[in-house]
Design a protein around this ligand. Sequence first.
Ligand code: NAP
Length: 290
Amino acid sequence: MRILVTGKSGQVSQSLQKLATDEEVELIVIGRPEIDFERPYNLEAEIIKIAPDVVISAAAYTMVDKAETDVEIAKKVNSEAPAIIATACKYLDIPLLHLSTDYVYSGEKIGAYVELDAANPKSVYGKTKLDGENAIASIYPNHVILRTAWVYSPFGKNFVKTMLALGESRDEISVVADQFGCPSSAMEIAKALIKIAKKVCSEKNDDLRGVFHIAGRGETNWSGFAKEIFELSGMNVKVNEIPSAAYPTPAVRPTNSRLDCDKLWDLYKIELPLWQDSLKECLKILKYTS
Ligand SMILES: NC(=O)c1ccc[n+]([C@@H]2O[C@H](COP(=O)([O-])OP(=O)(O)OC[C@H]3O[C@@H](n4cnc5c(N)ncnc54)[C@H](OP(=O)(O)O)[C@@H]3O)[C@@H](O)[C@H]2O)c1
């Protein structure tokens, strides 16, 4: 199976690149500098020229706070480029797997979000990602939109690596404790994406298409996440729990963006491991635990 992935150095893209040889798939990665979603003149033609069996759309403008002022760029990358990708997939008549985010939800729900809950993003990032989802859905039904959350990996920038770096120089740190979500390993997301790609390429069933949640099993808040990172890596760092109000950020984040992933289990029989187990695997690769 030939899979085209967008974005070269992203966490999910790099995780897919690491896995591809084991999974006997040919991965073709496209992205900057040759293809820049801010100027996507060659994006559609390039996908059509490569003619893969399936596209995994993993590139995105992910700087949540910077997006509040970089609105036009976030729109181009998160809303307009996915529409172009969907148009190319429609032309080739191949499935499109597109990653989206828990930040499409407002966070006001009590309990975990299900795919049928209304999306009502509070940030520019969340709005542009939701517009990208809607653009895909209006262009081409043969898509799987996968909303994930709190992604970390041994690659790129993420909360785990930030905490580890801070832990090297501090013995105390304050982390918000009133935003709840599901930490998700990019390595586990990548494994699941390959399984999903194989299934949608071989089965026409409409139920396999549409919006799905994919996130690490369990839940925590950022403070609990930080504590687990330090505990598992044997670092003696005290984590002080603070409210979001004590750590103001340009973008408003959902208070609760826990994702119910039952639909992914019901239709694909895919479930990500407990977030603490995947975190341990990531820390092993980073050589912070044995
Ligand atoms: N990170 C999270 O916590 C999180 C949470 C929920 C959902 N998601 C979603 O999950 C997906 C994967 O996230 P990730 O964590 O792997 O992302 P990431 O590590 O932040 O990487 C972003 C990727 O997007 C590419 N990109 C950004 N601007 C671009 C542009 N103008 N033109 C072309 N490519 C561009 C980057 O390209 P370069 O390789 O050139 O830098 C990089 O490959 C995204 O759709 C994201 O919205 C992420």
